[in-house]
Design a protein around this ligand. Structure first.
Ligand code: ZN
Length: 255
C-alpha cells in the first residue's frame, strides 16, 4: 500500500519512460478490456461522431461519447484510428506548406535573376511568411520543465452516498488538481475493502487505474497514483467500481 500522506521523494516518482509505459498500458486497457461485440450503447452514426471527436469538433453529444469511449473498446479503437489519421494529415499539410514555400522562393529567385538581366542585385528580402494558417497541432503545448512534483490529493465520497448513474448532488463539486497525483479516495460509508477500478474521463481524456481499498480509521480508502498532467481544466466524470460490480459515477472538476 502506498502511503499517500508522506512527502514524495525522487525515488518514488515515475521516470518519463515509466510514465510513457503507464500511458501505453492504459491505452491497451481501453483498447481491449471492453470488447462490446454487440456494440451495446454505441452512439448512432458512431463513425461520423468518433471522427468529429478525433478532429476536436464540438457537437452536442461529444461529452457523452467521450464517456462512452471509456467503456467500449471498439469505439475507442475507431477513435484512436481517426486521431492517428488526423495527425498524419496534419503532418502532410505541414510538409505541403514547406514545399509551397520552397517552390515560391525558387520562382521568386529565378524571376529576379531574369528581370535583372542575369545579375542578382541586392534587394530587400522578400516578404515570405511561414504560413500561419496551416492547421496547428491542437495538442497541449509541451511544457519545458522538470517532471512535476507529485501532489497529494483527497476526494471525500463518504457523504456522497452511492447513487448509481450521474449523481447531481448538493454538496458542491469534487475538485482535483491537474498534475501527477497521489490520490486518496474516501469511499462511501459501508464500502468494502478489496480490488477497485477508478476512471476519470471527459474532454477527450481518460485515465483508468486498478487499485486496492483498505479500511483506515473506519473509512474505506482507495489509494491510487494518477497522472492528469495532460488534462485540461473543466468538468469530468469520476467513475469507481469494485471489480466485478457496476460503476458509480460522480461529477468532477479539474483545475
Ligand atoms: Zn461503442
Amino acid at each position: 500500500m502506498v502511503d499517500s500522506t508522506s512527502k514524495p521523494s525522487k525515488d518514488d516518482s515515475l521516470s518519463p519512460k515509466e510514465e510513457r509505459e503507464m500511458r501505453e498500458t492504459l491505452r491497451d486497457i481501453f483498447a481491449t478490456d471492453f470488447p462490446n461485440p454487440e456494440r451495446r450503447e454505441c452512439p448512432e452514426n458512431a463513425e461520423a461522431k468518433l471522427k468529429a471527436l478525433a478532429w476536436l469538433r464540438r457537437f452536442p453529444e461529444a461529452q457523452q461519447i467521450i464517456s462512452h469511449l471509456g467503456s467500449c473498446s471498439p469505439c475507442y479503437q475507431e477513435h484512436e484510428e481517426f486521431v492517428r489519421q488526423r495527425k498524419s494529415r496534419q503532418t502532410l499539410y505541414r510538409l505541403a506548406a514547406v514545399a509551397v514555400l520552397v517552390v515560391g522562393v525558387g520562382f521568386w529567385a529565378s524571376w529576379r535573376f531574369l528581370t535583372s538581366g542575369g545579375t542578382i542585385l541586392p534587394q530587400p528580402a522578400p516578404i515570405v511568411q511561414t504560413p500561419q494558417s496551416q492547421p496547428q497541432t491542437p495538442e497541449p503545448p509541451v511544457q519545458e520543465k522538470q517532471p512535476p512534483e507529485v501532489q497529494v490529493a483527497v476526494l471525500d465520497l463518504t457523504k456522497r452516498g452511492v447513487a448509481r448513474g450521474e449523481s447531481n448532488n448538493s454538496q458542491g463539486d469534487l475538485v482535483l488538481p491537474i498534475g501527477r497525483l497521489k490520490l486518496s479516495i474516501y469511499l462511501p460509508i459501508g464500502s468494502e475493502e478489496g480490488a477497485y477500478e477508478v476512471r476519470i474521463a471527459g474532454r477527450g481524456h481518460s485515465l483508468k487505474a486498478k487499485c486496492q481499498a483498505a479500511v483506515r480509521d473506519h473509512i474505506t480508502v482507495l489509494t491510487v497514483g494518477a497522472d492528469t498532467s495532460a488534462f485540461e481544466a473543466g468538468r469530468y466524470v469520476l467513475a469507481i467500481r469494485q471489480v466485478g460490480w457496476g460503476w458509480y459515477r460522480y461529477p468532477l472538476k479539474m483545475k
